[in-house]
Design a protein around this ligand. Structure first.
Ligand SMILES: [Mg+2]
Length: 232
């Protein structure tokens, strides 16, 4: 009789659909935004405490840009109206984003093993496509699905179905990889996908149904899906 490790070794995941989140999964949005925020606040004469406030208020990009812009203008003399400040918030940190070599190698490896890869991201078309192009992700993926363009956003299962349609293969046997417990993991599970959580060193939130597997980085998670017998 096989022990569990042997049976896992004999049952690699069959190449299928691999859907992957963008922000804080394929690109380190937090690092880019935090760098930008420090400079932005410094230019306004603000303190390190002000920069920490801005990073907290941004909520990893999940705070609505309109309300964040209004909150910034209530705290600082930016000399910018809310619409202009929204543009600054959407675009100025993107130039600091990079695709790290381990992530690029993991995507390459997945494709070489026969996986079909789609980015599924919540956000605006202008901002998310700028990120994809800035870091050179287009050549690694088969589709980029952005909530604003589709009129549906994660965790709604509709966006995962749209991504599957876009690349022409079904959701069966597919995976969703991302850093957000609800948008990516609960959402992916709701669409019938296996799920890989990019923990970024965090603990899984108490009370939520856990992902199929997890790892600290996108590269670790993707590699574990594509080659389950490899660690990390
Ligand atoms: Mg994310």
């Amino acid at each position: 009789m096989l022990d569990r490790a042997d049976s896992e070794r004999l049952a690699p995941n069959i190449p299928a659909l691999l859907l992957v989140d963008l922000d804080n999964t394929l690109v380190d949005r937090a690092l880019a935004f935090n760098q930008w925020a420090a400079g932005f606040v410094r230019d306004l004469g603000g303190s390190a405490e002000d920069a920490a406030w801005l990073i907290e208020a941004d909520d990893d990009g999940y705070q609505a840009r309109e309300s964040l812009a209004a909150a910034i203008n209530a705290r600082f003399e930016t000399g910018l109206g809310v619409p202009a400040l929204i543009e600054v918030l959407l675009y100025e940190h993107v130039g600091a984003m990079v695709l790290d070599s381990a992530t690029a190698a993991a995507l390459d490896n997945a494709r070489n093993h026969g996986w079909t890869i789609g980015i599924v991201t919540n956000g605006t078309v202008g901002q998310q496509m700028l990120k994809v192009k800035t870091v050179g992700l287009e050549k690694y993926v088969d589709a980029v699905v952005i909530s604003e363009a589709e009129g549906v956003k994660k965790p709604d299962r509709g966006i995962f179905h749209l991504a599957a349609e876009r690349v022409g293969i079904g959701l069966s046997g597919g995976w969703m990889v991302g850093d957000h417990p609800t948008a990516d993991i609960s959402g992916g599970r709701g669409a019938g996908l296996a799920t890989g959580w990019v923990s970024r060193g965090r603990d899984w939130p108490y009370g939520l149904e856990p992902p199929s597997l997890s790892g600290r980085t996108a590269a670790a998670v993707i590699n574990a899906i594509v080659s389950p017998t490899q660690t990390g």
